[in-house]
Write a protein that binds this ligand. Structure first.
Ligand SMILES: Cc1cc2nc3c(=O)[nH]c(=O)nc-3n(C[C@H](O)[C@H](O)[C@H](O)COP(=O)(O)OP(=O)(O)OC[C@H]3O[C@@H](n4cnc5c(N)ncnc54)[C@H](O)[C@@H]3O)c2cc1C
Ligand code: SF4
Length: 468
């Protein structure tokens, strides 16, 4: 038997670094950038965890993953044990291990971060989830529980809907997901590009839910094909998780010119319709020599890095504040810079210009400076008088945000909404209609995968209580 490691020995281990595809290679293809830790490195990283009694990391996780427990199993080289814990707590661990902003959640709370670097919880989650995928046969399938006879409809097949569906199926309820698009995953599939989250990962995670008995009906738009009232009649409860996919307009002249895309359309064409495979794709996309992406969030980073991969000579971020205020993940900004993306900071678009043939040719920009903090607590961008200039741009992508899509809610007049059109729900996801629950971006506005999943988990528990 080996001697257990002392805390001092654990503290002496340096944090693992994520192996990455070289920037020169990856900026010309859609291969995944982060390659994942090797087994030895993952086990060594797991040994950095000091197994705190007061599990701060778990408090930072919206779905309450038993972080020290799964890391402890990994540190002891018990990979099946680690995988079972992780899969029990998190319906989409391989997804979260890739796209969760751990630096502001679990890792932000890790006590090892107080005097050094936090345990790389995200890297370990990804490692264990990927191991579980490769070793599914060894782990064995989850046995579906005896049926309760109750049926729940879930609207939307994104992270909130998928998580709720998995939890409800594990409780023995019959679950049908209704999805508007022809494929599963919501933003995970149509928004987040392959180089951050390979589609094959989503397929495996979704198949695991199907094996639990979840039925997924694609090409069904609730609000058009079916109404909420019909679902409420046919099912014992409904969980609405239709996201927030309606683009926010820039409201500047020239927005309707050819060559101007919303981030949703741009990413959907590439990620869902295969327009990235330029030669053989039936859905076209304009490649653009000079591509300007407006915004500073993860969506903007995904668009600009996609533009680089489609061959743009100049791929630019246009953001009205400074880098310190950018909402995108630190890793996304770093990767974009390494791939040659230019950052035009303190720059606001004021008009899109054309040579008169209907096609965009350039973006008129206003230079900004930072003033006093606004309601968000961030310093407000203020125009610098007389400082305008034009930047050549034949493709312009608007990635400033999205709002609630009214397709479903317009046909559900009794459902309470807030002033932005988001569904009003309590902490358990309960809306003002009995038996109707909601969660994810449709309730919060654009948020994160893990918050959407947390809502799905919370609502599933409340639905089970409601049905019992
Ligand atoms: C480009 C991009 C990158 C992002 N990157 C990150 C990231 O790195 N990390 C992170 O944590 N978060 C990220 N986010 C945010 C995150 O993806 C969302 O917060 C999350 O997907 C919300 O989940 P959801 O289940 O509420 O909605 P969605 O993922 O939007 O899923 C909703 C689903 O409902 C379907 N639907 C809509 N209307 C109907 C209807 N009427 N009937 C039937 N189905 C309907 C939609 O087609 C969709 O499949 C990103 C978002 C975008 C847009
Ligand atoms: S806070 Fe950090 S060190 Fe402590 S148990 Fe969690 S991951 Fe391990």
């Amino acid at each position: 038997m080996t001697t257990p490691m002392t805390t001092k020995e654990r503290l002496a281990i340096d944090r693992a670094r994520m192996p990455e595809l070289a920037a020169t290679i990856r900026s010309a293809n859609f291969e995944e950038v982060n390659r994942g830790l090797a087994e030895d490195d993952a086990i060594r990283e797991a040994q950095r965890c000091i197994q705190c009694k007061n599990r701060q990391c778990v408090e930072g996780c919206p779905v309450g993953v038993s972080i020290p427990e799964f890391i402890g199993r990994l540190a002891d080289n018990d990979l099946p044990g680690a995988a079972r814990i992780l899969q029990h707590d998190n319906a989409l661990p391989a997804v979260c291990g890739r796209v969760c902003p751990q630096e502001t959640q679990c890792e932000a709370k890790c006590v090892r971060g107080i005097k050094g670097e936090a345990v790389a919880i995200g890297y370990l989650e990804r490692f264990v989830a990927d191991w579980a995928m490769k070793n599914a046969a060894r782990l064995g399938a989850e046995t579906p529980p005896p049926p309760t006879g109750k049926r729940v409809a879930v609207v939307g097949c994104g992270p909130a809907g998928l998580t709720a569906a998995g939890e409800l199926a594990r409780a023995g309820h019959g679950v049908v997901i209704f999805e508007a698009l022809h494929d599963t995953g919501g933003v995970l599939r149509y928004g987040i590009p392959e180089f951050r989250l390979p589609k094959a990962i989503i397929d495996v995670e979704v198949d695991r839910l199907r094996a639990l008995g979840v039925t997924i009906e694609c090409n069904v738009i609730v609000g058009k094909t079916l109404t909420l009232a019909q679902l409420r009649q046919e099912f014992d409860a409904v969980f609405i998780a239709n996201g927030a996919g309606l683009p926010t307009m820039l409201n500047i002249p020239g927005e309707n010119l050819k060559g101007v895309y919303s981030a949703n359309e741009y990413l959907t064409r590439v990620n869902l319709m295969g327009a990235g495979r330029l030669a053989d794709a039936s859905t076209p996309i304009i490649k653009g020599h000079n591509v300007a992406v407006i915004g500073g969030g993860n969506t903007a980073m995904d668009c600009v890095r996609t533009a680089r991969r489609l061959g743009a000579d100049r791929a630019m971020i246009v953001y009205r504040r400074s880098e310190a205020e950018m909402p995108a993940r630190v890793e996304e900004i770093k990767h974009a810079k390494e791939e040659g993306v230019e950052f035009l900071m303190l720059t606001a678009p004021v008009a899109i210009l054309s040579a008169g043939d209907g096609w965009a040719t350039s973006l008129r920009c206003q230079r900004m400076e930072l003033g006093e903090p606004d309601a968000s607590g961030r310093r407000k961008p203020v125009p610098v008088e007389g400082a305008q200039y034009d930047v050549p741009a034949d493709v312009i992508v608007n990635a400033v945000g999205t709002g609630a899509n009214p397709l479903l809610t317009a046909t559900a007049p009794d459902l309470a909404l807030n002033k932005w059109g988001n569904i009003v729900a309590d902490g358990n996801g309960l809306t003002n209609i009995e038996g109707v629950f909601a969660g994810g971006d449709i309730v919060r506005g654009g948020a994160t995968v893990i918050l959407a999943m947390g809502d799905g988990k919370q609502a599933a528990a409340a639905i089970s209580t409601f049905l019992s």
